[in-house]
Design a protein around this ligand. Structure first.
Ligand SMILES: [Zn+2]
Length: 428
């Protein structure tokens, strides 16, 4: 069941709404944000030149560097008195990106998250344990408001306290859990240590996001927890979680709520728009944001778009599950690799547990990549033989062999209890 009628509207109707909202957004940004006024003037573009979404390519891009340069509030388009909420992205380097919301923005955000939950199969009256971190991070409160908007019950536990999470999941019989993919595995592992098999608990859906997750990783989560794993996507700069979500019916790409967020896919190098079906960088424009309208934001996430009909009946465009972030690209001895590509290959092996780390070194001016993978608890597979098979497979699929591949005992690789998992350690 869709939460709003718009989700299944004819595409012509969605397009008309996008055109109208884009015109308003560009005008709003131009009139109220000096940064956008300067950018458009420099590009020789007037807000009146933007009549339909086909005109969007005339607009300059907005980048994360722009957010940093305009820190803290240079991109805000409303008076301070109209801002009801501030969040910030977790900047690993430099200043965080500060984002703001009006009452109406929070209402839109709650609605798109409620839509996402409904698409994930969560129903009013269900109970959802929200394991995303509360605070400046948009995950916790973003999900929280959406769960309430849907009419479900929220358990606002946030990140960490894993034993208590397991106890509450059992005692309050939650139907769904929202957290990062890596945390859901950690939770299952902790439960097993407590003598509880999460697969036996009522929880039937895990809504995960904030970290890339390959299909083999998702299958691990679904198997271990006995759940359906639903990928939710979003980023603070645009609104937070709830930009797009997989539908429970098809689990085949994430529907973008394109009445609020207009997607494009561009060539990451040239910035030229790419046709539907071709992989490139996702660029998003907000269509209804008041406090922080964002024009053509370069997300750094690689994906493809499709408007093919979905089994669920929703007509909104779908994006591929994001497994590559331009920022995550590893360059080793001239070879370009994404950690997700390694994950994809490694997790195909049954005797391998879903825990790994990649260490990068430079020795005598040469890059060196060491891959450490955890061995499955009950696997009897011979480690040397397994190691050779993984190396051969990596070479065949990625034309790449790590300088060292170590298979370690179950539980050897550090688990992440709070925040996003870290798998790549660059010591160069
Ligand atoms: Zn669908």
């Amino acid at each position: 069941m869709s939460y709003t009628q718009t989700e299944t509207a004819p595409r012509s109707e969605i397009r008309a709404l996008q055109n109208e909202r884009l015109r308003e957004t560009v005008r709003h940004a131009y009139d109220n944000v000096a940064f956008y006024r300067d950018e458009l003037d420099a590009a020789g573009v007037s807000p009146d030149d933007i009549q339909t979404v086909d005109d969007i390519r005339q607009l300059p891009f907005t980048t994360k560097e722009d957010f940093r340069a305009e820190y803290p509030d240079g991109l805000f388009a409303v008076d301070d008195a109209d801002v009801c909420r501030i969040h910030a992205s977790s900047g690993t380097t430099g200043k965080p990106k500060i984002v703001s919301y009006t009452d109406e923005d929070v209402a839109v955000w709650s609605e798109v998250v409620a839509r996402s939950l409904a698409a994930a199969g969560v129903e009013p009256g269900d109970t959802v344990q929200n394991g995303y971190g509360y605070g400046l991070f948009t995950g916790g409160l973003g999900l929280h408001y959406g769960i309430e908007e849907l009419g479900a019950t929220v358990i606002p536990i946030g990140g960490g306290q894993t034993q208590r999470q397991v106890e509450l999941l059992q005692d309050l019989e939650s139907d769904a859990l929202s957290c990062t993919p890596s945390y859901s595995l950690y939770l299952a592992e902790t439960a097993a240590e407590m003598g509880i098999d999460v697969a036996d608990l009522p929880v039937s859906t895990v809504i995960f996001g904030a970290e890339p997750c390959t299909n083999p990783m998702r299958e691990e989560i679904e198997d271990r927890l006995g759940v359906t794993g639903i990928d939710i996507y979003g980023l603070s700069e645009i609104i937070g979680p709830g930009v797009s979500v997989e539908c429970h019916d098809a689990q085949d790409g994430l529907h973008i709520w394109e009445d609020h967020f207009y997607p494009e896919v561009v060539d990451p190098t040239t910035g030229e728009p790419l046709p539907e079906g071709e992989e490139g960088e996702l660029v998003l424009t907000t269509l209804s944001k008041e406090a922080l309208p964002v024009l053509r934001y370069r997300t750094g996430d690689l994906t493809t778009l499709t408007t093919e009909k979905c089994a669920c009946g929703r007509t909104m465009v779908r994006m591929d599950n994001v497994t590559g972030r331009a920022d995550d690209l590893i360059i080793v001895r001239g070879v370009n690799l994404y950690p997700s590509e390694i994950e994809d290959v490694v997790l195909e092996f049954d005797s391998v547990a879903p825990y790994y780390r990649i260490d990068l070194y430079r020795e005598d001016n040469l890059d060196r990549l060491e891959l450490t993978i955890e061995h499955e608890t009950d696997s009897e597979a011979d480690r040397n033989e397994l190691r050779d098979r993984i190396l051969t497979r990596l070479e065949n699929v990625l034309s790449f062999t790590p300088d060292e591949l170590e298979l370690v005992d179950p539980g050897s690789i550090e688990r992440t209890e709070v925040g996003k998992v870290k798998r790549v350690y660059d010591h160069r």
